[in-house]
Design a protein. Structure first.
Length: 89
């Protein structure tokens, strides 16, 4: 598996406070040596929202044509979010 594939597998099991999702995604991508934090941009993207699931898009500067899409479902009171899907777009 490539480093990106390993990072995606780790992201798939991510559970964290809702407000920490972007920071945790950057940390995972950095820890798996996909890119350093200065090369990663993560934004909340409502385009991917479906049935209470919130979408996030991660872009890595050296992969300009690809994005990592992360779908996370917030728990009660938006305290903890659980990633339910991750894919490359």
């Amino acid at each position: 598996m490539s480093k990106l594939e390993d990072a995606i597998e780790r992201i798939k099991i991510l559970e964290c406070p809702t407000g920490d999702i972007e920071k945790r995604l950057v940390g995972i991508l950095e820890n798996y040596e996909v890119a350093n934090k200065d090369e990663i941009t993560i934004k909340r993207d409502k385009y991917f929202d479906r049935h209470g699931v919130k979408g996030y898009e991660a872009k890595i500067s050296n992969h300009a044509n690809e994005s990592i899409i992360v779908l996370a479902k917030p728990g009660l009171d938006d305290y903890v979010a659980k990633v339910i899907d991750v894919y490359i777009s």
